[in-house]
Design a protein around this ligand. Sequence first.
Ligand code: IPE
Ligand code: IPE
Ligand code: MG
Length: 253
Amino acid sequence: MDRENKQQLVTKIDKDNVPNHVAIIMDGNGRWAQKRHLPRIAGHKEGMQTVKRVTIAASDLGVKVLTLYAFSTENWKRPDKEVSFLMKLPVTFFGDFVPDLIKNNVKVQVMGLIDQLPKATQKAVADAVAQTANCTGMILNFALNYGSRMEIIDAVKQVASMVKQDELAIGDIDETVFSDKLMSAPLGEYADPDLLIRTSGEERISNFLLWQIAYSELAFVDTYWPDFSGETLQAEIIEYQGRHRRFGGLETE
Ligand code: IPE
Ligand code: IPE
Ligand code: MG
C-alpha cells in the first residue's frame, strides 16, 4: 500500500469509536510457510514480526487491550519440534522487543496455564511482565497455553469452593461473580473483546474466550497471519465502525 492510501485509511478511522479490546486468533503461519516451500516454523518466525508491527499499530490507534492467541491448550498435540520452537518464540520475542514496548508505553500481560510452560519460557514471560509493569498505555495480553473450556472449569471450581467455604451463597452467583474468576478478570472493564479477528480464512473460535465474546463483533479475514499488517488492522477497524452493536436492544439513533 502506498503512502497516500495509508493516509486515507487512517483519516477514515473514527478516533472516538476505536474498539477498546481487540482480540486476534493469529492463524495461518504454517500455510504461509508451506506456500513458500518453507518449514512451518519459518511461518511462526515471520508471524512473530507481524506481532511486533500489529502491536505498535494497535497502540498508535488507541486500542486499550490487544489480546493475541499465541498457543492453545490443544496446540500440544503438534509435533515436538514445532511445539519446542513455539515455546522458544517468547524468549526471542521479548528479548528483542521489550525496549520498543516500553518506548510505546505498552504493558505485557498473559493469560493461560503459564506454570506448565518450559522454565525458560516462563522466565521470558515473567521478565517482560515485570519490565513493562509501570507502562500505562495499551495492554498487550498474550493467551499462552490458554483454552477457554479449561478457564471456565477453573472458574467453576473457584466459585464452588467459595460456596463450600460459606463465603458465597448460591443465589449470589451472577455474571460479575463468575467473570471475576476468569483469566480475563485483570483486564477489568475491558475483559470482553469488542472485536475478534481470525486470520487465515478459518471461521471458527478454537476454544478462545468463549464467555467473553458473547457480544463481540467477529471478523474473519483470508490473510495468513504473517501477511497481516497495521493496515489490515485499520481496515478491520473501519469495517467494525460500520457495524451496529445492539446487545439485544434496539438501535438508538
Ligand atoms: C497459528 O498458525 C499459530 C499457532 C497456532 C501457534 P498455525 O500454525 O495454526 O498455521 P496453520 O493454521 O497450520 O496454517
Ligand atoms: C488456534 O489456531 C490457536 C492459535 C492461534 C494459537 P489453531 O490452528 O490451533 O486452530 P485449529 O486447530 O485450526 O482449530
Ligand atoms: Mg492453524
